[in-house]
Ligand binder design. Sequence first.
Ligand code: FUB
Ligand code: ZN
Length: 601
Amino acid sequence: MKQVSKIIPLKNTEITGGFWADKQKLNREVTIHSVYNRFAETGRFEAFKLNWKQGEPNKPHIFWDSDIAKWMESAAYIIAKAPDAELERIIDETVDLIDKNRWDDGYFNICYTLFEPDDRFTARYNHELYCAGHLIEAAVAYYNATGKDKFLKIMCDYADMIEKAFVTEKWAEFDSPGHEEIELALVKLYHTTGEKRYLELSKYFVDVRGQEQDTYTQAHKPVREQDEAVGHSVRAVYLYSGMADLAAEYGDETLFTAADKLFDSMAKKKMYITGGLGQTCVGEAFLGDYDLPETSSYCETCADIGYILFAQRMSAISPNRKYDDAAELALYNGFLCGLSLDGKGFFYDNSIEVDLIGINNPKDGRHKPFYPITQRLEVFDCSCCPPNVTRLIANIGELACSENDNTLWLHHFMSGEFRGNGKAISVETAYPENGKMKITCSGNFTLALRLPVWCKNYTLTGGKNAVLKDNGFIYVDVADGEVIEYTLDMPVRFVQANPKVRQCCGRVAVQRGPVVYCAEGIDNPLPLKGLYVDPKNGAKLVESPEYGVSAIELDGYIKPESDELYYDYDENFVEQKIKLIPYYAYANRGETDMLIWLTRK
Ligand code: FUB
Ligand code: ZN
């Protein structure tokens, strides 16, 4: 199996305007600093001094290394595009602390150094390799952004120590990591240093997985035999991303085929309409196929981030719109919902339906069902999501394009410059507000444009020999200086779920382009399930600059008032306008009911 294309890296991309430029501006000016402040207040940066004493506040936690690592990675991507002395100072200070407090053999881990120095690599679930992986990713990002290699060398020493502990000297007391992450990180370290041993170490961790009989950490069977996404959702998508990386590097068809099956297991049987992943709070995990509860959804923001990164890898290896369409659903809905419009608040778990009566019903205290939080928070005890959000937004340009010798693929639509080898494109678009794209080409090559499966009509002008291939991309030959006008028709669509999704039977969701819409109680009469929609009535766009895309108004219905609890069915309805907003924008106006799946008249 040969990798068809390679991702165009951040350094060869510029986001120049539109939807994602706005999100990156908010990320750069507000979110990265807000997360820094919360992490400083809670002692996460202080913890790197390794001088916490019993009885002091802010006792370090086993994954604080990774929280700060993801923050540093985010800051590195921001610095790469917009130099920032303050961000650089913070990273350099933290790197100095890592250097000062690491072990002579290269090991670094705050909690083990402080609390269990004799127990390194004895407890599979304690996140040492997860934290090491995120620190490696941060070091790679910082080196690529600044050329500074101190952090990178520190993490190479740590990776070398890990290789000794797990492979050459084998004194570690477990085989595969309890939380996947290091696999994909080691491939990045290999790409940056050219040291093949890091690739081999990543392959070791992927190949050794499967004998622990542990579904929660996807260690229930060898990864090449896995065909269903199970267990903890974030662990899963990080593992699958590592599998994709290794399939590409080794041309391993079996590994790619397994990764493809796992992708389909999520995209076709376990993904919410929002792209959300993880149906249950129990283990932050997947449930069975088509079992998609709404008020108790889990849908951790990190899970969608990992899924988007997994899809990006798969669609570079073997360009196919199925990967990008599913990633786009997660990107514009399940992922983006994790961030408040003001850039300071985050969802850790994301609701698919908010029913405040159900949530606030008096409970006997013995059994209160799980409900996701209804308002975003600025920081959590377990704060993995906030710095994960900042790093994806800061690096969003890398989602756009991949290339090989003669073709450039446009996977995700955003205004920007994307420079490949001997070929480049400049994209101007207001996507996802509309589907119009003006693509100016530099060089003579084949341009491959994704045609989302939701798009039934499109226009394409410019170029020659345009052909839509089975993988859902339109391939068109372009000449230097040529301008391609590519427009996706984006009507409001009413979407139904497979009847096997028992929770959604008889209801419809509303989508426009990649954006899924929802009704909030603040805009509509309650109960929201008492709103009836008729897809035949069409829909009206309502300009809503505060969201970045239009809101939608439907000519809907409600039932006339009645004092009866039950009574004979009738066809009596009262007309009722129904206002819908983008799902990613819900819960920005206070706590209120929210519904995606609307009752069909
Ligand atoms: O365990 C580290 C991170 O914390 C996981 O990826 C998240 O699900 C949260 O549990
Ligand atoms: Zn998270």
